[in-house]
Design a protein around this ligand. Structure first.
Ligand code: NAD
Ligand code: MG
Length: 394
């Protein structure tokens, strides 16, 4: 059996650790070539001791020296690189066949693009890259012959419910509509008044999934579903009016595809990211995983609700940004990252998150972003404007 060389961008995060967990169950299938992390050096050191990658990448030269010394003491021969340049090199190493793109936020854009430009099989968790530059990103996927497999559970579910060979646009596949399921997050039943006082701890305590802090807050505002709407648009080529969101509190159905004959296909499973990760790592084969079977009798009922746009305005902002096109999704993404960081640092109330994004879209949402330089410049300008507004407000 051929052994696939693997680069894991964001190895110390929630998706990164789940990926290594799956890889450890299939040592004959994968060789870990590169692992990257930003701050959690101890965790990265332990991962290097276990998986013996050729390369590890950290944030800066100081962290690189520190890790290199620790690896030396542990007699591990992994080379340590640093910075964005190190990430970009690692993602496209010739020994790498597959790159897991699991850095959070806009920081993941350049390393993920590097994997695409290297013609790798790219396992895409970093939805922010597609939100920032979907058209440009998909054009690069085509040009460089990269294979994109979605990791986000909703998009992975849709991928599984589509015919094996689907052309971008899906028109030929007879698809009428995509339905993205949303858990509704921890504040699904909370009144607007109570939401004004929620803490970062409460926002990060997701009812069904264990995830990094940024995506946990995105799930609580429903912006995560907004980002996923834009992600689905670029991955599957359907217009926003044919991509719907349905709240499904049990997170057992991970998304659905409706065909023109009325058939609706869904993918079900435990809310555990190791399932979509194993699907993507093994595709088109299936890798066995040590998860308990899904016990539908125990699940009992599956519920569905319409999203409440009044209490969760972020989802509507994402629909608007996708319809506006141009640089609006870049502004949406950058303003959201800034707002979420400010909320986590207790500098902005929870309900201030959509307000800040709305303000940014009104001021900067009509800018163009037709090339990567323009995307990066608009991302920078949006962050600077949001930082200044936060400063004024404090
Ligand atoms: P996380 O915060 O747990 O981990 C993020 C990883 O990125 C860490 O390894 C961290 O070291 C690295 N990182 C952070 N900032 C960086 C920077 N500036 N430069 C380089 N590396 C940096 O996040 P996560 O929950 O694993 O999410 C990762 C990505 O996957 C996000 O884009 C998220 O939207 C997506 N995703 C996550 C889940 C989930 O269940 N966690 C599900 C679907 C999609
Ligand atoms: Mg998701």
């Amino acid at each position: 059996m051929a052994v696939t060389g693997l680069c894991i961008l964001g190895a110390t995060g929630s998706i990164g650790c789940s990926t290594l967990d799956v890889v450890a169950q299939h040592p004959d299938r994968f060789r870990v070539v590169a692992l990257t992390a930003h701050r959690q050096l101890d965790r990265l050191l332990a991962q290097c001791q276990q998986f013996r990658p050729d390369v590890a990448v950290v944030a800066d030269a100081g962290a690189a020296r520190h890790l290199q010394d620790a690896l030396g003491a542990a007699r591990v021969s992994t080379q340590v690189w640093h910075g964005e340049e190190g990430l970009v090199r690692a993602a496209a190493l010739p020994e790498v066949g597959m790159t897991m793109a699991a850095i959070v936020g806009a920081a993941g854009l350049m390393p993920t693009l590097s994997a695409v430009r290297g013609g790798k099989t790219v396992l895409l968790a970093n939805k922010e890259s597609l939100v920032m530059g979907g058209a440009l990103f998909m054009a690069e996927v085509q040009r460089h012959g990269a294979q994109l497999i979605p990791i986000d559970s909703e998009h992975n579910a849709i991928f599984q419910c589509l015919p094996r060979a689907f052309a971008p646009g899906l028109a030929g596949a007879g698809v009428r509509r995509l339905m993205l399921t949303a858990s509704g997050g921890p504040f699904r039943r909370m009144t607007a008044e109570d939401m004004a006082a929620v803490t970062p701890e409460a926002a990060c305590a997701h009812p069904n999934w264990v995830m990094g802090r940024k995506i946990s807050v995105d799930s609580a505002t429903l912006m995560n579903k907004g980002l996923e709407l834009i992600e689905a648009h670029w991955l599957f080529g359907l217009p926003p009016e044919r991509i719907e969101v349905v709240v499904h509190p049990q997170s057992v159905i991970h998304s659905l595809v409706e065909y023109v004959d009325g058939s609706v296909l869904a993918q079900l499973g435990h809310p555990d990211m190791r399932t979509p990760i194993a699907h993507a790592l093994g595709w088109p084969e299936r890798l066995p995983l040590d998860l308990p079977p899904l016990d539908l009798v125990r699940v009992g009922n599956l519920g569905f609700e319409a999203p409440d746009h009044a209490r969760f305005p972020s989802l509507g902002l994402a629909y608007d940004a996708l319809r506006s096109g141009g640089g609006a999704p870049v502004v949406l993404n950058a303003a959201n990252e800034l707002a979420v960081a400010a909320f986590l640092e207790r500098r902005l109330p929870f309900v201030g998150i959509p307000d800040l994004i709305d303000r940014a879209l009104q001021r900067l949402g009509d800018q163009a972003a037709g090339c990567w330089e323009a995307v990066i410049e608009l991302d920078r300008r949006t962050r600077a404007s949001c930082a200044a507004w936060l400063e004024e407000g404090s």
